[in-house]
Design a protein around this ligand. Sequence first.
Ligand SMILES: Nc1ncnc2c1ncn2[C@@H]1O[C@H](COP(=O)(O)OP(=O)(O)OP(=O)(O)O)[C@@H](O)[C@H]1O
Length: 332
Amino acid sequence: MGALQLQGLRKSFGKTEIIKGVDLSVQDGEFVVFVGPSGCGKSTLLRMIAGLEDVTTGTVVLDGEDVTNVAPARRGIAMVFQTYALYPHLTVRDNMGLALKQAGTPRAEIARDVDRASTMLALDPYLDRRPAELSGGQRQRVAIGRAIVRTPKLFVFDEPLSNLDAALRVATRIEIARLHRELGATMIYVTHDQVEAMTLADRIVVLRAGEVEQVGAPMELYNDPDNTFVAGFIGSPKMNFLKGAALGDRADTVGIRPEHLAISREGGTIPGTVSHVEKLGGETLVYVRTEPHGLLTVRLFGEHDFAVDESVGLTPDATRVFRFDASGRRLR
Ligand SMILES: Nc1ncnc2c1ncn2[C@@H]1O[C@H](COP(=O)(O)OP(=O)(O)OP(=O)(O)O)[C@@H](O)[C@H]1O
């Protein structure tokens, strides 16, 4: 139940091709996250899977069935969006049970399924309220509950947490991870949030301008990126890119993560000047102006007192550098 194959998927709006040939196989029960810069086509791809957007060429296969031309409601896919799209005049209970009611499900069965979902999502105390009487996080839980009661083959989520404040985002993220474990359902999730992608995904799909750059488990992408794009996109703060020639390195570009760049007042391989310091509590980020590499980021654990305009030296941990050729491809 819930295996998905995308084969040669393409999508054009007018003359502009937005999705440029995507092949992807998602296993039953897998949690796959789409990430990529704004406008790269994440939502469009998700909407093509759900049937909300026509496919220009290619096929969508769900559970072994070609659903490319099947209407959204008949695909067995439940969708959760950034905006909750709840019916304001219906109670939480009725919002959650509506799809089942419309499908002609017997009343007792609806009540049982709604109760089960509401218990999973800790919504029991709110079943008789209307959406206006709920917080944003509670509303999003109702939208998720509405998806669960349909026992879909596949869940698709389009930035479901981006309207929530920081604390609620964390709580709801953990709930989604738990739901995935409990339901064992296939989930496809679009986000621009690094932490959501890293913590929720079994595999992350990195998209760039309508094409797949790399697919892999979060730590695989972090530890073994194929190119400068993936290396720069996965990880926050992002990887530093240095000029190989200036370091006497055979590579065009040398990548080093901020946590693998040592900083010292006594000097180092790369001289520079502190341009800015951010103390985040548990860690300190020091931004250092260098020649010819530009602004580099150093990540230190704990609190550190580097001052703006101070002269420092940076030294990359030689065992943690990534090498890339002039086209950005990884040299292994
Ligand atoms: N209905 C449409 N007509 C024309 N162009 C569209 C349409 N929908 C999306 N696009 C374009 O397709 C591209 C991809 O959009 P999409 O919403 O899929 O990107 P995204 O990766 O989800 O971006 P974001 O992270 O900003 O939400 C964008 O350039 C967008 O302007």
